[in-house]
Design a protein around this ligand. Sequence first.
Ligand code: IPM
Ligand code: MG
Length: 374
Amino acid sequence: MPKYHIAYLPGDGIGNDVMDAAKIVLDAIDLDAEYIHGDIGWEFWKTEGNPLPDRTVELLKETNCCLFGAITSKSNEDAEKELIPELRNKGIVYSGAIVTLRQELNLHTNMRYCKAYPGNPLNYRDDIDLVVFRENTEGLYAGVEFRPPSKEVFNALMTHKNMKKFEKISLDDIAVSCRIFTRNACQNIIRQAFEYAKKHNRGSVTLVEKPNVIRETSGMMVQEARRMAMEYPNIELWETNVDAMCMWLVKNPQDYDVLVSSNMFGDIISDLAAQLVGGLGFVASQNIGDNYAVFEPIHGSAPKYAGQYKVNPIAMILSVKLMLDWLGEKQYAKNLDQAVASVIKERKITTYDLGGTNTSLEMAETIVKKYEEL
Ligand code: IPM
Ligand code: MG
């Protein structure tokens, strides 16, 4: 019986391409694991009205962790149009599979590693090493939305004094998306950020929010961060508004260590931070719960490149590295990281984002060769 059972979810578009590349690496390092394919993505939305079929959630529950490629998600209007005719007009509403998966499995902590590998010509600078902690189950992603709001919802909202300006507007012309934070989730994500900083000797944790405007939800994050910072006297807590953070990240990214934010802001700043270290093709992430984790590149499914094996698989291969680390296979993880670093540095094999013409699979094979030389 293999030591690990790993759910293998390529998803949509280039998710397949990069997972094929990851598989080359996994086979070469000879991890004692069984990979179990799971259905997820747009295909299952169109044919089953559910991009995350129940059987996939069940499968995940029987595995140690999950490797995930990418999925396509579209607006409600477009999603409805693409359903097979039998499923249309039945009130089935699309909700993004990866978002649902994070919530169903309570993968509360999303970590994204934006580290510049020296020699990458796409680096903004070579000394950037940021980790973004993103709250992963609530906030604007909680899915509590109304368009139009019902009368009951609208009346409840009307009890707030600032609703006065919306009083005369027809319900059909109003859309509401709620930003819900719980103290528990705020505490958790901030705790994880501080603990990581402590363990890895990072000097600062930067809370990225917008408490000067979004006073209650961002305000709760600030309150909890300040409280917790007292338990970590050797780590500075910096507080930065999300708009200013975008500016600072472009100006002085090397000054930052650990960033912590809520779901939506964490999503946005991690794309910005990723571009500073070569783009979405280089940044891996882990969605961590109490006993389970899903590893994925932060890029999307890039449908226009699907099946062409032209995208950079490094973000996916670094997601494999994160998985190895999480499983406790530290030496495998370390060697894989070193192999990736040296392929980036050499610049002999390059995918299109790096100005080259090599395929995703050639890149994976080159990484394997390096790994085997170590
Ligand atoms: C990400 C992605 C997802 C998100 C999308 C695909 C729903 O952008 O993992 O950052 O918004 O979380
Ligand atoms: Mg994103």
